[in-house]
Design a protein around this ligand. Structure first.
Ligand SMILES: C[S@@+](CC[C@H](N)C(=O)[O-])C[C@H]1O[C@@H](n2cnc3c(N)ncnc32)[C@H](O)[C@@H]1O
Length: 242
């Protein structure tokens, strides 16, 4: 089994100001995170996670690492989708606690920074990340770490929000995403002290588009990247091969 650090790993760190702000925000919204995901997306997030697992055609032999795992929904989808051993990591202790509660002993969860992973080189067959890379302070560093811990030929699946290419659909969707979603999200969750659901659409707007993201994956060491838009381009799946 890979070594997974104890859940207090970052408790005393003082040199990760932005990372600490993000992890605290997720710790604060953790109790309502799952419920709001399903409510605000009308359960579309569940479908996207299942589709992500199906696209990997897992056969039970893989050792899979789910990065920025949060409350573990993508980790569970991967296990249910046929992955062998699944390990999930996130730097928000409260999110990891809920993931452990959800998955019992089917999945091993630990606290770790995606840009500084506590695993040996080439120790996983597959890595995944759902709605996580957009929050990375050092996106390229996170991609390099994912590439480092994968064996040659290993695959890295990135499920992330995107911006719909169709102008009319984008306008309708943006009204919901920029106005309605933050109102409901901040109200129900308390905003995580940082208005997490205002931060969500802002972070999506500031994030690279699918092709630029594909190039960043290649620059981090992956050789090929397949891109699949979901639900009119609201989200996107990248599968990069090392
Ligand atoms: C929007 S949540 C996604 C959670 C989960 N993957 C899902 O599909 O619901 C983003 C997660 O990324 C985590 N995160 C952000 N930056 C991180 C980093 N540098 N290292 C580890 N986790 C990070 C946050 O703590 C948060 O739990």
């Amino acid at each position: 089994m890979p070594h997974v650090p104890a859940p207090t790993r970052f408790a005393d760190e003082t040199d990760r100001k932005s990372g600490r702000r993000i992890s605290r925000m997720f710790d604060r919204i953790a109790p309502t995170y799952d419920m709001l995901n399903h409510l605000l997306s009308a359960n579309t997030d569940v479908r996207w996670r299942k589709q992500a697992a199906a696209m990997l055609a897992l056969d039970g032999t893989e050792r899979l690492l789910d990065l920025c795992c949060g409350t573990g929904d993508l980790s569970v989808a991967m296990k249910d989708g046929g992955a062998g051993e699944v390990v999930g990591t996130d730097f928000a202790v409260e999110m990891v606690r809920l993931a452990r509660k959800k998955a019992g002993d089917r999945i091993e969860f630990g606290v770790a920074d995606t840009t500084d992973l506590p695993f040996e080189d080439a120790s996983f067959d597959v890595a995944t990340v759902g709605f996580g890379v957009r929050n990375l302070e050092d996106l390229d560093g996170g991609f390099r770490e994912a590439c480092r811990v994968l064996r040659p030929g290993g695959r890295f699946l990135v499920l992330e929000f995107s911006r719909p290419p169709n102008a009319v659909f984008r306008a309708v969707y943006h009204t919901y995403f920029m106005i309605v979603l933050p109102m409901i999200g901040n109200l129900v969750s308390g905003g995580g002290g940082d208005n997490a659901y205002t931060y969500l659409p802002r972070s999506v707007m500031a994030f690279p588009g699918p092709h630029a993201l594909g190039e960043r994956l290649k620059q981090a060491g992956f050789s090929s990247v397949d891109i699949t838009p979901l639900t009119g381009g609201i989200a996107c799946i990248h599968i990069a091969t090392k």
